[in-house]
Design a protein around this ligand. Structure first.
Ligand code: ARG
Length: 579
């Protein structure tokens, strides 16, 4: 990658002038006029008084002087990629790449195709991604959409970079709430699960809480039933299993719609018989202490509340299961990295969990990462989140698909489509719009669903990218010649702008994975699509002035479409040939 090359060359240059021990960083200037890369290394090095400054006291009085010195030294060697390198006040160094050099990247894109942007940097390493993880007996709410969509994108990104990836859906299928649910089903549904829908389970659960306000003995009954469930009582187990089955039927339907596949779904209940071992280990290491009848791990020195291994009634907790889960994952997969894509409201839980896991020797702190996402809110109206109601994901997906149907019906884009194709396209555009809207926001921010923005064909949206891809494909299909034959001709500014964008894709993929930020990839794709559309509107491709120009523009079109497709694939969004 050119970035690595420039960093290596900068380091070599620094060594030559006696500035040691610095790791230069590169940025892409926001404005293209300021170059393709920029580094602040002269300012950093000048700030940290180096031995160099004493030796050359007469020549270097400012970061700019140092930048000038670095530039002069850098230029002494001929570098095939370098168009220009220049110091700018107060001490930045800007660097421009040769257009010819960038053109060679086009050939790379067309050669690598689906794998352009992939890398082997993760080879030999394993990452486990804990994502989606909805709760049994509750409808799949929009609360779990972000985890599902961001988690899947990270899974795809890491895999693309050569990591061994393991996805695990940590279903909420265990806990005292199942005692309540069993009581409710026995009392108000004759103990029958036949005919129950997931919404009914939710209602029964709510009813339990209402009635328990009036009659506290219900709570006691629920505890008894959860105990029975733990003791593998047949009746309790049957009701619980039926609830799981009917919830999974619903979840799987949604996963299918979302085109999400998660490798494993062990769920919390899987750790029933695995908690004892971690509890014993914590005792053995003298980390577990009794406190008011509960077994806890004290975290006062880290300024956190205690980690609860066993409650005073002897029951295990969400925390205990998560700890056992880490032990299991470690033993089973030896992951280098554990990623948890879970709402930011669980930040404290994960800080506690990771501290305890490292104390117990299950891993180093830096191996555990909580990617805490913000909330999704819906604007007021039919599906408002205002009243604190959970909004069902299915309603949201239905709305998205029906909006996309309308767009496709009204627009000229949908003309040549058969009814089946139309259906398929509406689904892909609707789901793509939702996913892109979610992924386009940094995970940590709260987002307000904005249907207009989500579907704007002229802005940063999923449909816009899909549309740009389809546009490229239609150009390529009409071209009688293959774009394989690669010709060089003078380039217009609109073409150069594309060239100066395309090559960044492999870098962005790495950065997005390393910072758990698929939104960086969204921004990149949007930028590329905009540049392509400017080019498309300004210059003739199929009717270019001469065959060389035509071939060159087709190659640009082919490379752009390939990168958009690879990017959308990573985001879990379908690239459509027609729409
Ligand atoms: N089921 C949980 C919830 O909905 C999320 C589980 C996240 N994963 C974990 N390992 N704790 O809140």
């Amino acid at each position: 990658m050119i970035r690595d090359q420039i960093i290596a060359d900068l380091k070599e240059t620094l060594e030559k002038i006696g500035v040691m021990g610095f790791e230069p960083t590169l940025e892409h200037p926001v404005q293209m006029e300021h170059g393709d890369y920029s580094t602040n290394i002269a300012m950093v090095a000048f700030g940290v008084k180096t031995g160099l400054l004493d030796k050359r006291e007469t020549a270097i009085h400012s970061p700019f002087d140092l930048a000038q010195l670095i530039v002069n030294e850098y230029k002494k060697i001929k570098r095939d990629y370098l168009e220009e390198i220049e110091p700018v006040k107060p001490g930045f160094i800007n660097l421009w790449l040769k257009t010819d050099y960038l053109s060679t990247e086009l050939a790379e894109v067309l050669k690598a195709k689906e794998s352009y942007g992939s890398a082997k940097i993760g080879q030999g390493k394993t990452v486990i991604i804990d994502y989606s993880s909805p709760n049994i007996a509750k409808p799949f709410g929009i609360g779990h959409l972000r985890s599902t969509v961001i988690g899947q994108a990270l899974y795809n990104l890491y895999r693309f970079l050569g990591w061994k990836t393991i996805g695990d859906n940590h279903l909420g299928d265990w806990g005292t709430q199942f005692g309540k649910l069993i009581v409710a089903i026995k009392k108000w549904h004759q103990g029958e699960t036949q005919g129950l829908q997931i919404e009914d389970l939710e209602k029964l659960y709510v009813r339990f809480h209402e009635e328990a306000e009036k009659d506290p003995t219900l709570e006691e009954e629920a505890r008894t039933w959860f105990k029975k469930l733990e003791d593998k009582d047949k009746e309790a187990q049957k009701i619980w299993q039926d609830c799981i089955a009917l919830s999974l039927r619903e979840f799987n339907r949604l996963y299918q719609l979302l085109d999400v596949k998660i490798d494993f779904a062990y769920g919390e209940s899987f750790y029933q018989d695995k908690m004892e071992a971690v509890i014993n280990e914590a005792k053995k290491q003298k980390l577990a202490v009794l406190s008011d009848g509960a077994l806890i791990i004290d975290l006062t020195n880290l300024k956190m509340p205690p980690f609860m291994l066993l409650k005073s009634d002897g029951g295990t907790t969400y925390q205990t299961r998560d700890l056992a889960c880490i032990a299991f994952r470690k033993e089973n997969w030896h992951p280098d990295l554990y990623l948890y894509e879970v709402g930011a409201d669980q930040t404290l839980h994960f800080r506690q969990l990771f501290s305890v896991a490292s104390k117990l020797g299950l891993g180093k702190p830096e191996q555990f990462v909580h990617i805490g996402h913000g909330l999704i809110r819906l604007p007021s109206g039919k599906m408002s989140t205002r009243q604190g109601k959970t909004v069902h994901l299915e309603e949201v997906l239905d709305e998205a698909v029906s909006r996309s149907e309308k767009i496709i019906d009204q627009g000229e884009t949908g003309r040549g489509l058969t009814p089946e194709e139309k259906k398929e396209v509406s689904l892909a555009v609707g789901i793509g719009a939702i996913k892109y809207f979610d992924l386009g926001h940094h995970f940590s921010t709260d987002i307000l669903f904005d249907w207009e923005k989500m579907f704007q064909l002229e802005g940063n949206s999923g449909p816009y990218l899909q549309y740009t891809y389809a546009r490229c494909m239609s150009v390529l299909k009409k071209a009688a010649i293959g774009h394989e034959f690669f010709q060089k001709a003078p380039r217009a500014p609109e073409e150069i702008a594309i060239l100066r964008t395309l090559y960044k894709f492999p870098e962005i993929v790495i950065l997005a994975a390393q910072t758990y930020s698929p939104n960086l990839l969204c921004n990149f794709l949007f930028d590329l699509a905009q540049k392509y559309n400017l080019f498309y509107n300004k210059l003739s491709i199929l009717k270019a002035e001469n065959p060389k120009l035509r071939a060159q523009r087709l190659v640009l079109t082919a490379a752009t479409s390939q990168i958009i497709k690879n990017g959308l694939n990573l985001l879990g969004i379908k690239a459509l040939e027609k729409m």
